[in-house]
Design a protein. Sequence first.
Length: 142
Amino acid sequence: MIAIGSDHGGFDLKQEIMAHLEKRGLAYKNFGTYTPDSCDYPIYARAVAKAVASGECDRGILICGTGIGVSITANKIRGIRAALCGDCFSAEATRLHNDANILTLGARVTGPGLALKIVDTFLDTPFSGDERHLRRISMIEE
Ligand code: RB5
């Protein structure tokens, strides 16, 4: 199950991503916002991060205008490794190396075509499991 959330700045892109996930047959849970009205991104970032940290959802996708606000917020939750990605190389590397469990996107920065490819790369790339990466990830939590 994929947790997805956005503020108003990421609302339209979130709709496109949800339609894309449906086409791929991937289950998701939308944690809001549910309208394009102005709102506060920490509410939705925290809800998605808690769903992933608790194990309710396996991965998360968060979108705001820049991807920065939701990233900062999500990374405050223990166990969350949220990665802001604007390209497929970063999306692949953060799965392989960081075992990132939340992808964040900036809807005012990254167009929908590229964003969907980043989403696919993030969801389809497994963690490498390499010892050096496991060691570094465990150091993050110290
Ligand atoms: C909202 O205007 C904007 O500040 C928000 O979407 C995000 O970019 C914050 O980091």
